[in-house]
Design a protein around this ligand. Sequence first.
Ligand SMILES: C[S@@+](CC[C@H](N)C(=O)[O-])C[C@H]1O[C@@H](n2cnc3c(N)ncnc32)[C@H](O)[C@@H]1O
Length: 223
Amino acid sequence: MPRLDERLKAVARSIRCDTHLDVGSDHGHLLFALLKSGRVSRGIAIENKQRPYLNSRTTLADVNADVRFGEGLAAANPGEADSLSICGMGGRSIVRILSEYPDRVPSQVILQPNQRIHLVRRWGYENGFTIAGETWVGTDRIFEILHFVRQTTGDGDFVDPAYEGFDLETAFHFGPTHLRQRAPEFLNRLQEERHYFGQFPHRQPETEHRLRMIAQILGLDNH
Ligand SMILES: C[S@@+](CC[C@H](N)C(=O)[O-])C[C@H]1O[C@@H](n2cnc3c(N)ncnc32)[C@H](O)[C@@H]1O
């Protein structure tokens, strides 16, 4: 039985439903563990590359899973899954997959972007979802996991109350839950990032922007 690493274990803890859909299943380990542990009773894996598709088929051959070769949610049907995960991709790719077929996105969505997490939070905010959970794992490399729950179909009027009182851009980057909780581990992480990037005399505008937001969160006048 494949063992999940800390990152996928953290993802799995947010999933419990009847049918779960995993886009970009690759090795198929997440669905396998979810099925074997009884957290889900049926799985759908979607892959758009031949080798990972075959790997998923091998891993999921003897469990209740449907492995499909296809491009994102083009290979899914509306209403067939209760929850969806997309893990280990950049935020831009994740948002593209979610936005291509909005009617195929179930009401529970668990996302683990490797970069550009702000695009993913913005997607949830603009599409009628609330953040039900934000967690992170790792030390040298941090992996963030977001759990979204649909509240409306995104008619533009609904606002996730988690963002109330925060500058939106800052909250998209750092997470409204983390900003509200201000846990010591979170604040330490920001201090470390500030220290790390502070060493470089020349920084990209994107990094400067991030450092300004970090300074604001930490209550420092300038960085
Ligand atoms: C870096 S791997 C992550 C695998 C696994 N989800 C994890 O977190 O360990 C990303 C996988 O997503 C697949 N992928 C990327 N874009 C996709 C798309 N649009 N539709 C289906 N699969 C996709 C890739 O082929 C690759 O196997």
